[in-house]
Write a protein that binds this ligand. Structure first.
Ligand SMILES: Nc1nc2c(ncn2[C@@H]2O[C@H](COP(=O)(O)OP(=O)(O)OP(=O)(O)O)[C@@H](O)[C@H]2O)c(=O)[nH]1
Ligand SMILES: [Mg+2]
Length: 360
């Protein structure tokens, strides 16, 4: 799974990226031209607990790939707009994170000379809408030209879907708010439409503005009018400083500043939520591991995430929920208590299930 940090120049993306990856500021490349990627471990207290119990040779956390994409900057004509290089980097991600700037710092330029996080969100939304609109318009034109000349039923099926999207985007509404069925989503899946991607908005505050957080979040919500978009505040500079402290000191300072959850944890939770993801576990002497799956994955789909062979040769899944396991302490006790189950291929795996796949 890949998430991309996008925004205007100097909004704090690389600073945030360095917090996520635990990197030092010295490795931060200013004025970088290309996106940088980091594989970030997803912390999971439940997995840590299972490791204490099983003491395996290896514990493997779920991971998420974070792309730090260079921000939009003004061109030679003094105008700020999206470039193809930027779009190509942004398009490859499963979800987008808008990183916008509230922090005030005279020594750090803003490409539009303003501190207006909600205005910056609006700018990004408008640019992406415009981009999708142009793509959809071209696609409709092409389909209308090609359909009379071909027997390809696929093209005929595609046209109404593209037209439906076009009508929506034309009203300046992002595609993530449009109701689409599975077949329609499949048709669109290859096109990497920007406003169809799940979105999280991260506002970068300075520590003097902690009391203004709610106000800005309300304004951003009003602008986006979308229940599905999570808006999270973070404090890049402050949290970067804190990330260098010992865990104990960090927790103390976070409490002092009224920061309840670290940027890392907030971002990972928001990504899971935006993408409709959760985790299941496998345990054993050799390895304990957390696996990331979509919330609607069946036992067989989940087996396939471990290994394609497990999908093809799936027989049954042995299932115990994490809570039941902790309550009873061992698989044998779970069996006695009747909470150890054998489930078939269509069982919908729940967050925290401990699975053992039986296969031929
Ligand atoms: N005072 C203050 N400075 C910050 C904050 N966040 C970032 N900065 C500074 O702003 C400058 C730009 O931050 P970056 O994280 O490099 O910004 P970016 O979004 O990666 O910029 P581009 O990659 O050029 O798009 C750096 O000098 C940071 O130290 C903040 O919360 N407060
Ligand atoms: Mg950067």
């Amino acid at each position: 799974m890949q998430i991309g940090l996008v925004g205007l120049q100097y909004s704090g993306k690389t600073t945030l990226f360095n917090i996520l990856s635990g990197k030092d500021e010295t490795s931060q490349t200013m004025n970088q031209e290309k996106a940088t990627v980091e594989v970030v471990k997803v912390p999971d207290a439940r997995l840590d607990e299972l490791t204490k119990i099983f003491n395996p040779k290896k514990t493997v956390n779920a991971t998420i790939e974070v792309y730090d994409i260079p921000g939009l900057r003004t061109g030679d004509d003094g105008k700020l707009r999206i470039t193809n290089a930027f779009l190509n980097e942004a398009k490859n991600n499963d979800a987008l994170f808008y990183v916008v700037r509230q922090f005030k710092e005279e020594s750090v330029l803003h490409p539009m000379n303003r501190i207006d996080p909600v205005g910056d969100i609006e700018f990004l939304e408008t640019e992406f809408l415009f981009n999708d609109l142009a793509f959809l318009e071209n696609r409709i034109e092409k389909l209308k030209k090609d359909i009379p000349k071909t027997k390809d039923e696929k093209l005929k099926k595609e046209l109404p879907v593209i037209e439906k999207c076009f009508a929506h985007v034309e009203q300046e509404k992002p595609l993530r708010n449009l109701a689409l069925n599975e077949a329609e989503r499949k048709i669109l899946s290859g096109y990497q439409l920007m406003t169809l991607k799940p979105l999280v908005v991260a506002i970068n505050f300075d520590d003097e503005s902690i009391d203004k957080v709610d106000e800005y979040i309300e304004k951003a919500k009003e602008l986006l009018k979308d229940e599905n978009v999570k808006i999270i505040p973070f404090f890049a500079k402050l949290e970067y400083e804190l990330s260098k402290l010992s865990e104990e000191d960090r927790e103390m300072f976070m409490e002092d500043y009224g920061i309840k959850e670290s940027a890392l944890s907030k971002i990972l939770h928001a990504s899971y939520q935006a993408l409709g993801l959760h985790s299941f576990f496998t345990v054993g002497e050799d390895e304990n591991r957390a696996w990331t799956i979509k919330k609607n994955y069946t036992a067989q789909d989940s087996a396939g995430v471990i290994h394609t062979d497990f999908y093809n040769k799936f027989i049954r899944a042995e299932v115990v929920s994490y809570d039941d396991f902790i309550k009873h302490g061992s698989f044998a006790k779970c069996k006695e208590a009747g909470v150890w189950r054998l489930e078939g291929k269509d069982y919908i795996v729940q967050d925290g299930d401990i699975l053992n796949i039986r296969h031929s």
